[in-house]
Design a protein around this ligand. Structure first.
Ligand code: IPD
Ligand code: CA
Ligand code: CA
Length: 275
């Protein structure tokens, strides 16, 4: 059974939120200056997977902070293979910039995301978002057993009952009328998870993603009472935990987790599983 001591989880949520805030501040500062951009992919389909020096800088800063504050914990980050606590029960899954294509193009829709897992179960999450319900950057956070917070304050933003047609983050639909929502895609899975948790989107469906893209956002969505579903090979299943996987037939590792995901209200999750 995961460690569920509420005081300990409160502390972890606050620390994750503080680290997400530091990451966001670094990203904001970097926007004011030039930065190098490289591409991870090559070949005819190239230039679709950018990485900037800011991605690397932010991951370095986050890792340094975690090494100080949680030296026994594992860290799984997009930009570095380093595993300080490989095999430990606690793992911090981090994506220093989610939505890098948006970021390098100056489109203000991106996030810095942190998910804290205990044996693969999301225990706390913090997502710094460039765009929020408050019309400014901020951090949505949660821990297992608590509600959603925004910048450290319990989040409350009741929907306007006059709105009859709401929004969901869905990939391109052959038949838009097949869903009772208007579709939106932001280019940042972590931002979209946070917007679902905040109730601004009723749900989101994602093509296969990596652990660090969604570990933080899943925790927010669960805390907000959303359903979360995954598909990692077979059919859709209710999400319980991230399971270690193997991409090359070798030993299973949480870092290799990859899957499709749906999160949202029951109505949205039902509708999106039928797409
Ligand atoms: C990407 C974003 C995007 C998703 C891609 C991810 P990155 O992350 O989450 O929404 O569609 O699959 O790779 O590369 O910007 O960190
Ligand atoms: Ca990502
Ligand atoms: Ca990234």
């Amino acid at each position: 059974m995961p460690d569920q001591d509420p005081d300990r989880l409160d502390r972890i949520e606050q620390d994750a939120a503080e680290i997400a805030r530091i990451a966001g501040a670094e990203i904001e500062t970097a926007l004011g200056r030039g930065f190098a951009v490289a591409y991870k992919d090559s070949g005819p389909e190239s230039f679709r997977d950018p990485v900037s020096e800011v991605d690397h800088d932010v991951e370095r800063i986050v890792r340094a902070k975690l090494a100080e504050d949680y030296p026994g914990h594992d860290v799984i980050g997009e930009e570095s293979p380093e595993r300080p606590g490989l095999g430990e029960d606690w793992a911090w899954a981090i994506d220093p910039i989610d939505g890098t294509s948006n970021f390098v193009n100056g489109l203000p829709l991106f996030a810095a995301t942190i998910g804290v897992l205990h044996r693969g179960v999301p225990m706390a999450g913090a997502v710094w978002c460039s765009a929020t319900h408050a019309l400014r950057p901020g951090v949505y956070s949660a821990r297992r057993g608590s509600g959603l917070s925004f910048d450290g304050i319990p989040y409350r933003n009741p929907p306007n009952p006059a709105v009859r047609r709401r929004l969901a983050g869905v990939p391109d639909l052959a038949d838009p009328a097949s869903l009772p929502f208007d579709g939106r895609k932001t280019g940042s899975a972590a931002l979209e998870c946070a917007l679902v948790a905040a109730g601004l989107l009723q749900g989101a469906r994602f093509k296969p993603l990596n652990l660090w893209d969604v570990a933080g956002g899943v925790c927010l969505a669960l805390a907000a009472g959303c359903e979360v579903w995954i598909r990692t090979g077979g059919g859709w299943q209710r999400f319980e935990r991230f399971e270690p996987m193997s991409r090359d037939g070798g030993a299973k590792d949480l870092r290799d987790w990859r899957g499709e995901m749906i999160l949202g209200s029951r109505e949205a999750a039902d509708a999106m599983r039928r797409l």
